[in-house]
Design a protein around this ligand. Sequence first.
Ligand code: SAH
Length: 347
Amino acid sequence: MHNLLEKVYQTNSLTKVEIIYLLENITPEDREILYSHALKTKQKYYGNKVFLRGLIEFSNICRQDCLYCGIRASNAKVERYRLTPGEILGCCDIGYDLGYRTFVLQSGEDLWYTAEILGALIQEIKKRYPEVAITLSIGERRVETYQSLFASGADRFLMRHETASKDLYEKLHPTMHFEDRQACLSTLKDIGYQVGAGFMVGLPGQTFADLAEDLRYLSEISPDMIGIGPFIPHSETPLGTEKGGTLEDTLVMVALARLLIPGSLIPATTALGTLNPQGRELALKAGANVLMPIITPTSVRKQYALYENKICGDDKPEDCRYCIERRIQAAGFEMDLGRGDSWQFSS
Ligand code: SAH
């Protein structure tokens, strides 16, 4: 095991067989070594900085029916909302005043927001705040839409691949296709977006071989951003009584992602913070370097429940801003309020 831990630290590569062996045999002591290798690798590329992104969850209306997700189309118990472009701009104003220079616009797959509506919104945000980066996380759209949104000024696009194993993907996504998702990611990259992929840990039926495939796929596409979080069951979904992912497994995957794609931006996810009060801090110490404080209006926050017991539901944007700053400092890192482009994009 020690050979493998040294190999991944020195060479930033492992074969799939080696990853599976590592996941099957890792001990608590090995994990600490892995986390410290990942932390040192993060520091080599990004120093002690942690970048912030203001997250605006602008609609929980979704045409897809992902088995794990609380806002899936079939969940009739969700009270649905849609922020108007004016309301979204209001969130950006608040976020800008709090110092954020990246806004992440995330939603269910809600086609009410056409290419025209989103394009005009992006242009207005860029007109008000030319120095900010805009990240979209709106799911699958036509190539032409991705192109026109990029032309309007969107900089980055988050689309987790969710799982790189076809069988598992198709079981979890009855309304979607494995090949489409990965095709979207490569189209987005070709258009010129900084692209974020990623996956959930602890999905029902997910094996170590599946997780190794996730890392192999990430190494292949070398994304600018990598979102990794534990699966957390939501009672109003078909997976409501399943077990969720664990803190340890998720941290191991974060650390391996840092070591295998060393220049990537990796958030300490809200889902990890939901699983454990120190989850995000532990992720920062295992190689993560981004936090995404929520700036969604408090009035609708609780309705954007991808999973249950999501943290910060009653908080206001300024509460999240200062809570996050304190957490970064307490964990021994420095907050960076710049745009925070990825290492491979900036170099
Ligand atoms: N509709 C957009 C945004 C998805 S929501 C898109 O398709 O990309 C953001 C992420 O939340 C998803 O990619 C998924 O990985 C995660 N997520 C959804 N339900 C979850 C759950 N029950 N537990 C943990 N993470 C979940």
